[in-house]
Design a protein around this ligand. Structure first.
Ligand SMILES: [Zn+2]
Length: 254
């Protein structure tokens, strides 16, 4: 048998993790490339959550021609100290729109207020209606064990809508500022984001009101490197797949 070097072994095991073998799904259920144009919905509480948590996988999807929408629960109304909610929402909506241009995605604003998000029957229904209308192949949402209330609420609203629309979409959870925000997060799947990492950074750093470029190296920057070490590449993003949802197509190793 030909001796394999460590990198090759990692690549093969990485392919298994990203593609199918993890959680016991068969290769047939998780194609390594998608011949079909997919509809993907990435949900987050604030402008910057989908970008920082999933910007790499998003850039890889759109580079392959898939249709990706970013749904923001709020417009970041409470995200800039010293100015009104309206002013902050205006600035952060502009930043979100610019990030979407960079990632080649379309933004959707859900209509809740930053720092005051809520779970009520009305908001459950609204999320159900959006998921029903979009009928995405794959949904990404925030991990529910998170120190930020808005992140937890986003996760629960999306999970409820997934349950109440037939659980047909593949459902994946993403992490943000792990340790400080996401906690107890252990990925089941990884995506190598090395080829698109600069696009991701550009989309994240456009959120100038949040000074993301300053905090990024010690939070998401470290996470990307660490997930890359686990997966056997330079930079990766990690996800938790809901095991009772279909296996979604995740871009394979590069
Ligand atoms: Zn957030």
């Amino acid at each position: 048998m030909k001796k394999m070097n460590r990198r090759k072994i990692l690549k093969i095991s990485g392919a298994a993790i990203s593609g199918s073998f993890v959680t016991g799904h068969s290769m047939a259920k998780a194609p390594r490339i998608s011949s079909k144009k997919l509809k993907i919905l990435v949900t987050g509480a604030h402008p910057d959550d989908p970008e920082t948590g999933c910007g790499g996988v998003i850039a890889r999807y759109t580079a392959e021609g898939h249709d990706v929408k970013l749904l923001y629960l709020t417009r970041g109304e409470a995200g800039i100290q010293g100015i009104s909610h309206d002013e902050s929402a205006k600035i952060r909506t502009k930043e979100a729109n610019e990030a979407n241009k960079i990632l080649k995605t379309n933004p959707v604003f859900f209509g809740q207020i930053d720092g005051d998000t809520m779970i009520t029957k009305k908001w459950y229904e609204k999320m159900i209606n959006i998921i029903k209308a979009e009928s995405p192949d794959i949904i990404f949402t925030q991990w529910p064990i998170d120190t930020h209330r808005d992140h937890r609420i986003c996760s629960i609203l999306v999970y409820d809508a997934w349950l109440n629309t037939g659980s047909n979409s593949a459902l994946y959870y993403y992490e943000v500022m792990t340790g400080e925000q996401s906690q107890n997060f252990h990925p089941s799947d990884y995506v190598d984001i090395t080829p698109v990492v600069e696009t991701k950074w550009k989309a994240c750093f456009i959120h100038k009101s949040q000074k993301i470029d300053e905090m990024y190296p010690d939070s998401h920057g470290k996470m990307e490197v660490f997930r890359g070490m686990e997966f056997g590449c330079k930079y990766a993003e990690g996800f938790v797949h809901h095991q009772q949802s279909p296996v979604g197509y995740l871009p394979g190793p590069v």
